[in-house]
Design a protein. Sequence first.
Length: 375
Amino acid sequence: MNIGKLELRDREESFINLNPLQTGGRTTSDARKAIISYIDGYSICDWCKGALHITTEPDIAGFLGEVSDFLGMDYALPTNGCREAKYGVMHAISTGGSILCDGNMHYSSEVSAERAGLKIYKVPNKGEPEYKINPEDYSEGFELIKKETGKYPELALLTHVDGEYGNVVDAKEVGKICNDYSVPFLLNTAYSSGRMEIDGKKIGADFIACSGHKSWAAGGGNIGILAIKEGWQDKVFKPGANWKSKPLEILGCSSRGASLLALMASFPHVKERVKKWDEEVKKARYLVNELEKIDIKQIGEKPKNHDLIKLDTPVYDNIAKTHKKKGYFLYYELKDRGIIGMKAGRTRKFKISTYGLSWEQVSYVAESFLEIGGG
Ligand SMILES: *Cc1c(COP(=O)(O)O)cnc(C)c1O
């Protein structure tokens, strides 16, 4: 269907979508209703009390309290996304020193650090074929920075689950090292919180950044969460000098619309779904097992601990060489079977996600990939 020149989108309704960026942000029906009811500009401000995060109709203040408990943290604010949460922390902390990050960090962490004036150091991953981050390497990184700059870094960042391999790093180990060195620890949970249970206290995180539209079944725009530990509110949630209810780092009110309502409407579902994380991991492992029966190899940690799966697929690359649709054949073959979410034209290396699919769908996806590969 079209509205003028605008083609309306139809994906989750009619297809099995494997796009890792999108599977955890697939909205619930409650979120869809909330989005429509709060679709008009500034409708979230009907009962404004001076700032978004203290609003009680709708009960944003209450929701933020529940979210910080859910994450094992003490305070939370809404942000426009995970990157804005990370940038807020970095900007509040930075005095122009350095930050130690993992080598699998997302580009948005890198540009946030750059914008906050922090010099970036990286803990490299261990290379092929698993590209793992070794938590102990954070100590080495801290020492190296001390040697080079005379000071330990002002902040450490860990990408809990990276968007390239879907590797899950032991955040608690990194947290322990950061706490030993008294370096504040920012955990990027864009691909973890909202999918799996996160306990910031156990992990030893000072700050947790979340992505609502990636992993908390929220949509209707961008939405994130910044959760912090007791003791940091004066620095990170500091209000404007003349605007005592407006936190500086979120420019007073951050995400002021339907996407925050979507996050709130999906939250009861998210609280339940994180308990079923083990089942999600089983689905990913099952699919990898099936696909590796033909000339396909999973890249990244083995066995998988996450639904984001990176594959190296010589089998499809070989077919593309002689196929009349060239590299596009895979996209069309899958689409004919009702499966989408792959970049059209890709046949050698790509990423998929099994998150939220039923077992029936997962086995149908496995069968389809095998059939297309001639297996
Ligand atoms: C997607 C992603 C982000 C960005 O999330 P936004 O909420 O869109 O800012 C950050 N980090 C990682 C690891 C990601 O995969």
